[in-house]
Design a protein around this ligand. Sequence first.
Ligand code: HMG
Ligand code: MG
Length: 304
Amino acid sequence: MVVPEPGLPAAVTIYEVGARDGLQNEKALVPVEVKEEFVRRLLAAGLPIVEATSFVHPRWVPQLADAAELMTRLGPDGVDLPVLVPNERGLDRALELGLRHVAIFGSATETFARKNLNRSFDEQFAMFEPTVDRARAAGLDVRAYVSMCFGDPWEGAVPIEQVVAAGTRLLDLGASQLSLGDTIGVGTAGHVTALVAAFAAAGVGADRLALHFHDTYGQALSNVQAGLRAGVTTYDASAGGLGGCPYAESATGNLATEDLVWLLTGLGVEHGVDLASLVATSTWMAGHLGRESPSAVVRALGGA
Ligand code: HMG
Ligand code: MG
């Protein structure tokens, strides 16, 4: 039954990260033809944005070493799908394929900048600056992620001011949207409210933010509700709840797209996704990965 909660946005955009954040963390290497079918099925299920892969160093993330092959196979259907690029080398690889949307990914903490990017906190911006400048000069749209917004496995609590400082620096480089990552899933609703308010106080409205929750502590849906109340209208999620980050041990699966869709439908918030075909896709992918989907909704609806 649809029982809307007053004051929520009428519609949101789901930014699907399963093919990237999900598959980057799988122990088994997924064949490129399976990835291609996964992406095509996600698009067919009505997901408006499907992040496809990462142009990172293949030694760092071997699971996505086939990025160029995947995007070549997707052909014209892939040019508007965002891909991660950490640096100019990654951008060059995306430009060679004519891609139009890239995402840089920074860290709010010193330790994770070193572990994930082999750069200090300050050095990461020096790496991103020419990457974003060149991407924008070539007419590309650039999204920026900032990780460890709610806590860091090595540094513990991360001060809100530190997250706002890192996030605004990434936006100032020329990114169109900032995705706030709860990389290890420790955030809770009040923290989301406070962080979005702190960005607003720094001049970054909810319309420029996206929220990216991992569900390690089972807080992701509650955190989405806090985000909705604060006016955020873009939510990252991963089909079937796949995901994690290979350079953050305590990062488990992302918020499952199916769980998000169930919540939004119940609240009467438009999302445009066909739940049945999404569940069928995640069930099919769980079969390839040889394990049950962690998504409660996929399991409830009879999927793997
Ligand atoms: P580095 O070793 O410092 O690289 O790694 P470098 O700049 O010193 O270059 C060394 C060699 O790597 C050079 O080759 C470069 O050309 C090559 P050589 O001259 O020695 O033959 N190289 C590349 N090759 C292919 N593609 C590239 C590339 N860059 C350099 N893009 C680097 C620095 C950033 C490359 C490395 O640390 C890296 O690839 N990190 C990626 C880690 C990653 O993908 N993590 C997961 C994504 S982040 C995430 O999941 C969080 C998120 O979901 C949000 C959240 O949950 O919070 C987004
Ligand atoms: Mg993530």
